[in-house]
Design a protein around this ligand. Sequence first.
Ligand SMILES: NC(=O)c1ccc[n+]([C@@H]2O[C@H](COP(=O)([O-])OP(=O)(O)OC[C@H]3O[C@@H](n4cnc5c(N)ncnc54)[C@H](OP(=O)(O)O)[C@@H]3O)[C@@H](O)[C@H]2O)c1
Length: 283
Amino acid sequence: MGDVCRYAVVTGANKGIGFETVKQLAKTGVTVVLTARNEKRGMEATSLLNEQGLSNVVFHQLDVQDARSIESLAKFIQTQYGRLDILVNNAGASGVVVDEDVLRALNVDPEDWLAGKAINVIQVAMKTTYGSAKLCLDTNYYGFCTDCPYFGVIVLMQRVPNEERRKELGDVENLTEDKIDKILQNFLHDLKQDALEVNGWQMMLPAYSISKVSLNAYTRILARKYPKMCINCVHPGYVNTDINWHTGTMPVEEGAEGSVMLALLPDEGPTGCYFDRTVVDEF
Ligand SMILES: NC(=O)c1ccc[n+]([C@@H]2O[C@H](COP(=O)([O-])OP(=O)(O)OC[C@H]3O[C@@H](n4cnc5c(N)ncnc54)[C@H](OP(=O)(O)O)[C@@H]3O)[C@@H](O)[C@H]2O)c1
């Protein structure tokens, strides 16, 4: 796009990887709309970046679960800029209710955490309730499922996909939003019946896992639907943020590298791909 000004939106950007993504994107000259569901937190984060000389960062409220809030942001973009080039769909929720003091006391090894080996140990510190799971699916998956023909580049924040549902969601040719929706409704049904384990769902952060695997699948559907756009998903690494109660080992500066790289892809860049940080990988 050469010297033409580019416009980006980053969701859930008042802290963590989203905040850092805004910062790094703004440093390259992109005009970035830092969005947050909480106005105070979002404005404080924006002021911080403005004070660092990044006057090309502006704030707009966005709660990805709230249709009116999404509509208001869309109107703002349309009026202010007339188009949007980049969407980094970063907002996320963990899907569990956690006792952070108990979790800290467990002092789980990050390697065990990542490999899913800590699953039995951490059960004492966290539980998946119907409410926390629903909130997670609504934020991580349904919060994004909206028609988006106006964007040039879309980046979705992912977690390493789990084996169980990979096959089910890996049938790219026949994948539809309805199919994903059915899987998620089955998940909620099984959770309500206390039948997740018996039905083979991932038991390490179950709601979070299925929300992210669904987003992986949705990446492919969207990429097929909008072939002229670059629509990819990225696993940022195991990053030290609130979402994993600071068990992550990587600093946010490195965690944002993948999303920033994908946000800045040229028009003819890859689409429908899964990236492990900055490197393309298998879904
Ligand atoms: N950290 C990791 O190791 C890791 C690994 C793989 C993937 N990811 C993904 O990376 C993304 C960013 O996570 P993070 O690590 O930076 O965690 P984080 O620091 O907890 O940030 C999550 C952000 O999402 C926002 N959010 C939650 N619900 C929202 C809603 N309904 N509407 C708008 N914003 C909402 C939060 O806002 P509030 O401050 O208002 O709660 C916060 O700004 C997430 O999608 C996460 O799943 C992270």
